[in-house]
Design a protein. Sequence first.
Length: 187
Amino acid sequence: MTERLDGRRIAVLVADGFEQVEMTEPVKALKQAGATVEIVSPASGQVTGHKHLDKGDSFPVDVPLDRAEPDGYDGLLIPGGVHSPDELRQSARALGFVRSFFEAGKPVAAICHGPQLLISAGVVEGCEMTGFKAIQVDLENAGARVYDREVVVDEGLVTSRSPDDIPAFNAKMIEEFAEGRHSDRMA
């Protein structure tokens, strides 16, 4: 990856039960590209991942969701896992946080079940996307054009299906985050 993200601040929105590798590997790639990365969560203190169905490691929350200001971030990463997106999509604050990135045309990357949060935020209609096989019909029902590919990019929105897709996801995420705002997607 030749793109650099020096000076860019990226929010990683998670709740307990995110798929750990879908956070740790993209975060590593973002940091290697020069970005400042902050975990934003409704959890206080720490948030715990999953390694498929097993409990994973805990990570410090950098910014509690109720204090996170979307204007202070240049991009948003939403890891998957079943539990994290499911909890986040029930939070009006999380939904508003996500919508603000779309309204500003800022790049967003979501993998696996992460796009479920985008469905609940009401931002997928007309977007080209992918996601974990089990949620592809949900994306279609919400108005997205869905493709079963390792990564799909649409005006700054990067989506992938599973941990197997992380290398392609990371490459496109870095590229789109380096490009910055996408005025064609701004509300």
